[in-house]
Design a protein around this ligand. Sequence first.
Ligand SMILES: Cc1cc2nc3c(=O)[nH]c(=O)nc-3n(C[C@H](O)[C@H](O)[C@H](O)COP(=O)(O)OP(=O)(O)OC[C@H]3O[C@@H](n4cnc5c(N)ncnc54)[C@H](O)[C@@H]3O)c2cc1C
Length: 412
Amino acid sequence: MTQSFVIIGDGISGSSAAETLREEAPDADITVITDEGETLYNRILIKEFAKGKLPEAPISIHDESWYDERDVELRLNTLVTNIDPDAHTIETHAGDALHYDKLLVATGGTPTQLPVRNSDAEGIHHFWTFQDARKIREDAEKADTGVVVGAGLLGIDLAAICGAQDVEAHYLMRGNAWWRYALSKEGAEIIHDALRERNVTPVFESGVDRFEVDDDGRVAGAVDPNGERYDADFAGVAIGLNFNTEILQGTGVKTDNGVVVDQYMKTNVDDIYAAGDLTRFYDTILGEYAQNGSWGSAKEQGSIAAKNMVDPESAEFRWVSSYSITHFDFPFLSFGHPTIGDDECEMKYSDTEWRRLAFKGGKIVGGVLIGDLAPQSAYKKLMRDERVVADQKDVLLEKKFDPDELAPAQEQ
Ligand SMILES: Cc1cc2nc3c(=O)[nH]c(=O)nc-3n(C[C@H](O)[C@H](O)[C@H](O)COP(=O)(O)OP(=O)(O)OC[C@H]3O[C@@H](n4cnc5c(N)ncnc54)[C@H](O)[C@@H]3O)c2cc1C
């Protein structure tokens, strides 16, 4: 009997699963279903499109012939609305039912709306899809003033888009620094300065209490909880993601702010797997459940899930993720889980060079590098190897870090 694999979502995790499935199961039926109207594109690059720095073409990764060549059935503009694990079927918005032997849920997330007055006004943008990027570009090109909310990795993209599009913007942050769970104030100051150079002014201990609109219902300004008003004919909101798990309701699949999967990307329900941003996966390096929203990790999870869908427990997800920001004159990279841990160390080397490492139980669990990314591979290897190194912070923070200078690894 020909096996049938169904993948919900054609982001990088779903698409990478389709590619691996075809390699591992040459004769299987493979279907990829997406509610978007276009095939896989590079979500990482849509910000460069919105800045006006890239045309559309290089952002696309697959065209429809990619699916044809691999004999993968692709259904665009198709929303999956229901999963029946007993019948092994999924249902689409059009009422079609489709049988699966193995199912992969790779549906990612949807940006969270700000629960404030007028947050759905024209000119207020969330950022996830290529369609969002097209609208952001169109509006940012016309705008003079802007506000951005959300002091994280997506918020800074919106702030950089304002900078690149000559929108004089205020970046309203709840705390005292950008991405304050991963960077100290000193490290974040490097980012704040780079934003100021682009005419984007960070505002701390702020946020949005309400948006104001003009007579046509377009955004005109934002008022923060301190009562300060900022002019804005453009607004960008990036305060987090809601994972697209509604279709799992009633299936018995365990969720815990994300779909819970083991290191094989398998859920607790037979024949249902999940991959990508929406998973809460068992991280074999940390020895606990973790989450990660990054391109490389989603791609690897898709591929690992596919291998296990064909041959159960044949491949394990073991991965140190990285996420880089390329908006400034200096490089920026975070790796692993820089927002967790019970210990840390950091060092500033110059106005544009800074480093921080996070430790848990003496082992590196993540870090942030600004200015000089040279030590990233050595740090990531120490993390993967689960070496206890927190007692050697001086060596770790040397400007030219050399792992050979660390005391030999102890038997653990
Ligand atoms: C603007 C932006 C910049 C980014 N920059 C970086 C970066 O620099 N580095 C980095 O590592 N990561 C970056 N990321 C994050 C990275 O893009 C994501 O981690 C990755 O794309 C997640 O892939 P995924 O396959 O898990 O989910 P997604 O890419 O979200 O794909 C899920 C797909 O499933 C579809 N879907 C959802 N529900 C249904 C349904 N019921 N039926 C059918 N289809 C459905 C969705 O429409 C979507 O197409 C960025 C993300 C954004 C938005």
